[in-house]
Design a protein around this ligand. Structure first.
Ligand code: 5AD
Length: 356
């Protein structure tokens, strides 16, 4: 126990560990150690962000996807999915409703849908930018070309979420088809940073074939990338994917990783994700207590929501925007935190381009 506590001390002081130290700490975790970690993580989060929790309004733009990631419910081979695309008008209605509820960040998330060319996205982004000059526009639309990232940034997008999924190249290959590589995913992340986006990355916890070494590699990669936001959540099998028989990722390990991330990158934005809320009723609350400080309620119109299923039993699929917001707000307040009406910028502003 003492040696593990001294690793946590080291992490708190130097914000970094070596690969073998990460492996030791993660492999030898115990409930008591997790408790000690969460206390420190809460203190660090409190020092930078107080008891404020930021909200992001999630708008699931399209569930068409040209990719075939083995874990994902909206992969192109899944013929059970009722595919949909939101019109610009529908997106703008989501923004309006979200704005009235207090959201100051809109996240346009979708599969890799070739329908959404730059020519189609640019006018939509410009419109949102014009109508909501004080809001952040976040894109989460998968891998695109550097030129496209640049053009969308110039149209008014400020942030881009693109999980690295796993830093280990071989492991990445076991989760994706050959056309997707860890190399190109990581290059995209560096390009996004270079352009000036506030960048979010992240990984699934307990994805098939993941080892503790892989998790250590994820920590090293994220330390180097130094993104503004890190989204992690447990892997949850989807019945119509090749990984339907695989074991889900654990709540306890996910929470432990959240605590470690808070100590490694004290100012990073850490969402308590929907997948965390799906594997445990109070998963998001536990995520906040472990060091997270963001939640992303869903603003997607309720009629299409049930079609955006990356994994089974996703929570909130029959809610209206207001319900998603209320549930998240109540959960946050029940543990003594507050939802704030703010863009919720990361304090982690070592950005190559503009600081927004
Ligand atoms: N379980 C958990 N998370 C998943 N994602 C995709 N499929 C699953 C799943 N079955 C995550 C990926 C992706 C993000 C949008 O959702 O990490 O980047």
């Amino acid at each position: 126990m003492d040696q593990r506590i001294s690793l946590i001390n080291k992490l708190e002081e130097h914000h970094n560990l070596t690969k073998s130290e990460w492996v030791d700490l993660i492999a030898q975790r115990t409930p008591q150690l997790a408790e000690a970690l969460f206390q420190r993580a809460a203190k660090v989060r409190q020092a930078h962000y107080g008891r404020e929790v930021y909200i992001r309004g999630l708008i699931e733009l399209t569930n068409y996807c040209k990719q075939d990631c083995l874990y994902c419910g909206i992969r192109r081979s899944n013929k059970e999915v009722n595919r949909y695309r939101l019109s610009d008008q529908e997106v703008l209605e989501c923004c309006k409703e979200g704005y009235e509820l207090g959201f100051r960040t809109f996240v346009l998330q979708g599969g890799e849908d070739p329908f959404y060319t730059d020519e189609r996205l640019i006018p939509l982004i410009k419109k949102i930018r014009y109508l909501y000059p004080q809001c952040a526009i976040t894109l989460s639309l998968g891998e695109r070309s550097k030129e496209s990232y640049q053009a969308l940034y110039e149209a008014g997008a400020d942030r881009y979420l693109l999980r690295h999924e796993t830093a280990n190249h071989e492991h990445y290959g076991k989760l994706h088809l050959d056309n997707l590589t860890a190399k190109s995913r990581q290059e995209s992340l560096w390009q996004l940073k270079e352009i000036g986006y506030e960048v979010g990355s992240g990984f699934m916890v307990g994805s098939p074939y993941q080892t503790i070494e892989n998790l250590a590699e994820d920590m090293l990669f994220l330390k180097e990338l130094n993104p503004q936001m890190i989204g992690i959540g447990p892997f949850i099998p989807h019945h119509a994917t090749p990984f339907h028989h695989q074991k889900p990722g654990g709540l306890e390990l996910t929470l432990f990783m959240i605590g470690l991330l808070r100590l490694m990158l004290p100012k990073v934005l850490l969402p308590a994700t929907t997948s965390l809320g799906t594997i445990a009723g109070d998963g998001r609350e536990q995520g906040i207590l472990a060091g997270a400080n963001v939640v992303m309620p869903n603003l997607t119109p309720s009629i299409v929501r049930k079609n955006y299923l990356l994994y089974d039993d996703k929570i909130g699929t029959s809610d209206e925007a207001l319900d998603s917001y209320k549930v998240a707000k109540e959960a946050i307040e029940s543990i003594g935190y507050q939802v704030v009406v703010s863009r919720g910028n990361s304090l982690n502003v070592e950005i190559c381009g503009k600081v927004t």
